[in-house]
Design a protein. Structure first.
Length: 248
């Protein structure tokens, strides 16, 4: 019905609905779960602040994902460990880190402009920029989490990591996996195959994450400091987590 079955991103479908029905906020029913979609900055800010803020502080649970992988950083309910993760993330993107992050984003923006001109033949051909935006997002993710960039790990590493991450994320996709809202579907062969594929990709992604983590530790051992979330979580007094919690 929605993006997962139409071949579009859910946000694209909801954005079209917001324009069509002039609705900055609307409610959907996904099986046994109520879903609220906010489509404007003002609405998101109003929902996130004040009395309703605490109700939105946890991540929504995805039963199929939980069944396949258990609890990780992405689907952990609000608690002490999640608060420490959020504190570490806030410190990693705080004011002292802005000059480094701004420089990295500037480089990524220039590279994206170059790629847009090249792939789109300087405006002669229409293109879908999603893969280019995805590259910037992944570069920022690597940089914030492990203090690394795509050019540090190489194209083959990046593409392999992206493939495995996409397979794992598809299990959590809002509308591509209705077993999250109709529990009996979890026992169907198609869902079981999807879970098996995601588990295999999860193991491969952990190997990539371990490699990134090892690079960070090697730098620290050599006296090279790379401000990042992983280092803050590993060594921060208020945010300390074990290696096992970091790589899941």
């Amino acid at each position: 019905m929605l993006g997962g079955t139409l071949g579009e991103h859910d946000a694209t479908v909801w954005g079209k609905w917001a324009v069509r029905y002039n609705a900055p906020i609307f409610q959907l029913r996904f099986g046994n779960r109520r879903v609220v979609i906010a489509n404007s900055y003002a609405t998101i800010r109003k929902l996130s602040a004040g009395a309703t803020g605490s109700a939105l502080s946890s991540r929504p649970r995805a039963p199929v994902f939980d069944h396949a992988f258990g609890i990780d950083m992405g689907n952990r309910p609000m608690g002490d460990s999640l608060r420490r993760m959020r504190t570490a993330a806030s410190k990693s993107v705080g004011r002292p880190a802005w000059p480094v992050l701004d420089k990295a984003l500037h480089v990524d923006a220039i590279n994206m402009e170059h790629d847009l001109l090249l792939v789109g033949r300087q405006g002669a051909t229409s293109i879908d920029p999603f893969s280019l935006i995805q590259k910037i997002t992944m570069n920022l993710s690597f940089n914030l989490t492990y203090g690394r960039r795509i050019e540090d790990v190489g194209k083959e590493f990046y593409e392999g990591y992206l493939d495995q991450t996409t397979t794992v994320s598809n299990v959590r996709n809002s509308t591509a996996n209705w077993a999250n809202y109709v529990p009996i579907l979890m026992h169907t062969p198609s869902v079981q195959r999807k879970v098996a594929q995601a588990k295999a990709s999860h193991a491969k992604r952990k190997a990539y994450q371990q490699e990134l983590y090892n690079m960070m530790i090697k730098d620290l051992d050599n006296g090279i400091e790379r401000p990042c979330i992983a280092a803050t979580l590993l060594f921060g007094k208020e945010t300390k987590l074990s290696e096992g919690m970091l790589i899941r």
